[in-house]
Design a protein around this ligand. Structure first.
Ligand SMILES: Cc1ncc(COP(=O)(O)O)c(C=O)c1O
Length: 359
């Protein structure tokens, strides 16, 4: 029986009862044979999710850890950050915190990165890496990643570092076919497992570049993760209950089928768009780059977004508020993970009732 979902944050997303129950399995040591078997068993479903034949590594922490590790491990001199919202800007800030020569190619909030502008930027200067946020959660924008990655490959030798945190498992994503060097995602978004683990790929090109960099930190050294991965292990104590949950949730995902999951998310987006158009809610993101996992909306005149979010919370329904500078004017629906059409239908009815009381 599918559970009805009233928790529609754009991450962390709803975790089903059976996946939460998987976390109650007994403790095991993370250097022993039981853990190695668990770790090894996750490889094949993770490779399927990332669409790669390479290894998928994991770090204990939140996704930001591997955003930081990716630049610390591979960028010796300069990095270009493609930004179109708060999470991409965070990556830029991380590079600047490390004193790297970090440039920004920015699109206005709500718009996607333009491949032609990226091409021009790469012709002006050479970079060790380019960072791209596939699905910008603060604005609900899905970037044309295949095209952007192709531009980087055509114009330069720069690594393609990708944050696929809120898209992986919900939006089409191809690590190998699109030539992504590092793809990183937390477990807590469209994958619908609890937060606490970062999953990432690490291409031979990225490894070669990391080997040339002398100081990569400890917790941020991706080559260290690779050495432990070879022994079916993590560099430090992992949150083992989260891995049990991930193991169960990956079975659910494989059973549904990745492409079917992409199709379901696209349908959730269409359903949201239809409802929004009928009821006078407007998308804050441009129409040609809509995310299948997050809708960032402006309500009709007279409905204050923070009051709407609060009104929904009062009746046990959770959606996301606006993010950063868009906080006062937008709210966000996370239609990701295990959310179904019926859940969205019920949410829209709740929104209409609460909005009716506010306006
Ligand atoms: C696109 C994107 N990147 C990065 C992050 C940061 O993830 P974490 O909070 O797991 O560090 C988030 C979190 O919402 C996100 O949506």
């Amino acid at each position: 029986m599918t559970e009805s979902i009233r928790f529609l944050l754009p991450g962390p997303s709803y975790v089903t009862n059976e996946v939460r129950e998987a976390m109650t399995a007994p403790s095991i040591g993370h250097r022993g044979p039981d853990f190695k078997a668990l770790y090894a068993s996750l490889q094949s479903p993770l490779q399927a999710v990332f669409r790669t034949t390479s290894d998928v590594l994991m770090a204990s922490g939140s996704a930001t850890l591997v955003m930081e590790s990716a630049v610390v491990s591979t960028v010796r001199r300069s990095v270009l950050h493609c930004t179109c919202g708060a999470f991409a800007e965070r990556w830029l800030e991380i590079s600047r915190c490390h004193g790297l020569d970090a440039d920004e190619l920015s699109a206005p909030w709500g718009e996607a990165i333009d491949p032609d502008l990226l091409r021009q930027a790469l012709r002006r200067k050479s970079y060790d890496a380019v960072t791209i946020t596939h699905n910008e959660t603060s604005t609900g924008v899905l970037n044309p990643l295949a095209e952007l990655a192709a531009v980087v490959r055509e114009e330069s030798a720069a690594l393609v570092l990708v944050d696929c945190v809120s898209g992986l498992g919900g939006a089409p994503f191809e690590t190998d076919a699109w030539g992504i060097d590092i793809a990183l995602a937390g477990t807590q978004k469209a994958l619908a497992a609890p937060p606490g683990i970062v999953l990432f790929t690490f291409s031979p090109r990225a490894r070669a570049q990391a080997e040339k960099k002398e100081l990569r930190g400890f917790y941020t050294d991706l080559l260290r993760y690779l050495r432990y991965h070879a022994k079916q292990g993590t560099i430090t104590t992992p949150p083992i209950p989260i891995l049990y949950a991930l193991e169960r949730q990956l079975e659910v995902l494989v059973e549904e089928g990745l492409e079917e999951r992409w199709r379901r998310h696209a349908e959730l987006r269409t359903q949201t768009e239809q409802w929004a158009t009928e009821r006078g809610y407007t998308y804050a993101s441009a129409p040609d780059c809509g995310s299948p996992t997050v809708s960032c909306l402006r309500p009709p005149a007279g409905v204050d977004p923070p009051a709407l979010v609060q009104g929904l919370a009062a009746r046990g329904v959770t959606v996301g508020g606006g993010y950063g500078r868009w906080k006062p004017e937008t709210f966000r629906i996370g239609h990701m993970g295990e959310v179904r059409t019926e859940d969205l239908g019920a949410l829209f009815a709740d929104i209409e009732e609460v909005a009716g009381q506010l306006s």
